[in-house]
Design a protein. Structure first.
Length: 410
């Protein structure tokens, strides 16, 4: 049974027993200068200083070992992981918005460690709070037994339920396109330095998704929903669930990544494949999937071989439609001036493309690691042209898809 500790602000806990609780609310700010994570014997001592006490919870995850802390809610501005980490027992710190109203910090542990004690002390005069956690080394088997995320539908995935049958639309009805702006919240995506400061993929790609959505809706041929409309985290599995819940006809995931290896530039369109078409696509798929791990998602039950086989059978019909969609999008963006990558059609095992019954593609509209692409991505006129190219590709695919399906029925 997994062990999850939940606290309401001012508490003291030893090995899971809370003795006092008092409720607080409001946004807390991190004091970056006095917060630190340092080694303590075979374990670690975590000290986080906040402008006020807030409800929080913590739990551990395995493969790799991680400690997850959720707060309601913390402003992390000013905190830097390099200065926060002052020892070697915790090797990485990731923090940011998780879901609206809640913030998350994920700490990657150098080895299995358990929470030995936790205390949040509140100053009665200033209301400032200090959270201290003591971690100690434990056996890997013990750690694995206690690890696991709490089951709470408010956090990400709802309970499984039978989906209603979607009524078939008339041939002239608008298609529902679910646009999926990559990353968000605790997962910033790629970050590079631009002329006007740091450019962050999660912000840039959300703006483009909104612009593209407006372009699609104005055409009168499409309805649009977004998997996220703000700066918060959405797991890969949740993005697919949202598309199913909406009854999506098409799923388009949007990214503008960065690759340190090579000189990747120009737009690319990816489809799902168990074997990556090239090294760059394999690295992108690995990076995107790793974002869920870094954000503290529990993937221990994600592998179901029987379900995988059944989904592969369902994809025998959907995959050719996804392939045709990718080709139409490449042509549409190319006709608007692109620029496209010299090999614009690619494939890899992107988890976000694994909806078995929805034609799905992932578009890298450019690479932040390319100076030319970076300049384009910050140009509103260029983004408008790219959005029109995607619109034209979707229109062409819809007409071709309708014709092909009519032939199949005959």
């Amino acid at each position: 049974m997994s062990r999850v500790f939940t606290f309401i602000a001012c508490t003291w806990m030893i090995m899971g027993q809370a003795t006092f609780a008092q409720e607080f609310s409001g946004l807390a700010r991190i004091d970056a200068t006095s917060s630190r994570i340092e080694d303590q014997g075979n374990g670690a001592l975590i000290t986080l200083n906040l402008s006020q006490g807030v409800p929080y919870r913590l739990f551990t995850l395995d493969n790799p070992p991680r400690l997850v802390l959720d707060f309601q809610e913390v402003d992390w501005r000013g905190l830097n992981s390099d200065t926060l980490l002052q020892g070697s027992q915790i090797t990485r710190a990731q923090f940011g918005t998780y879901v609206p109203g809640w913030s998350r910090m994920v700490l990657k542990l150098a080895k299995p460690m358990a929470v030995l004690g936790a205390a949040m002390d509140i100053d009665p005069v200033t209301a400032r709070a200090q959270l201290q956690l003591e971690l100690g080394a434990v056996d890997a088997e013990v750690f694995s037994e206690d690890a696991g995320a709490p089951t709470d539908p408010r956090w990400d995935l709802p309970k499984a339920e039978t989906l209603p049958i979607i009524e078939e639309r008339s041939p002239d009805a608008p298609l529902l396109v679910v646009l999926d702006p990559g990353h968000g919240g605790i997962d910033p995506g790629a970050e590079v330095s631009g002329e006007a400061g740091t450019v962050v993929e999660k912000d840039l790609i959300l703006s483009f998704a909104i612009e593209l959505g407006e372009e699609l809706v104005r055409s009168g041929r499409f309805e649009v929903q977004l998997t996220r409309d703000g700066d918060y985290f959405v797991s890969l599995e949740r993005r697919i669930a949202l598309a199913h819940q909406a009854g999506a006809d098409v799923f388009v995931s949007l990214h503008a990544d960065a690759l340190a290896e090579g000189l990747a530039h120009g737009a690319t369109v990816h489809v799902l494949s168990p074997e990556a078409s090239d090294v760059a696509s394999a690295k992108l798929a690995e990076r995107h999937d790793r974002s869920d791990l870094l954000a503290g998602v529990d993937l221990s039950d994600a592998d179901d071989r029987v379900t995988g086989i059944l989904l592969d059978l369902a994809r025998q019909e959907t995959q050719p439609r996804s392939d045709a969609l990718a080709r139409a999008l490449v042509e549409g963006m190319g006709n608007q001036g692109g620029p496209l990558n010299r090999r614009p059609l690619r494939s890899a095992g992107f988890s976000v493309l694994k909806a078995a019954d929805i034609p799905s593609v992932l578009i890298e509209i450019g690479f932040l690691s390319s100076p030319r692409d970076l300049k384009n991505l910050q140009d509103s006129e260029w983004r408008t042209q790219m959005a029109r190219g995607i619109l034209n590709g979707l229109v062409a695919w819809r007409e071709q898809d309708a014709a092909r399906r009519a032939l199949v029925r005959q």
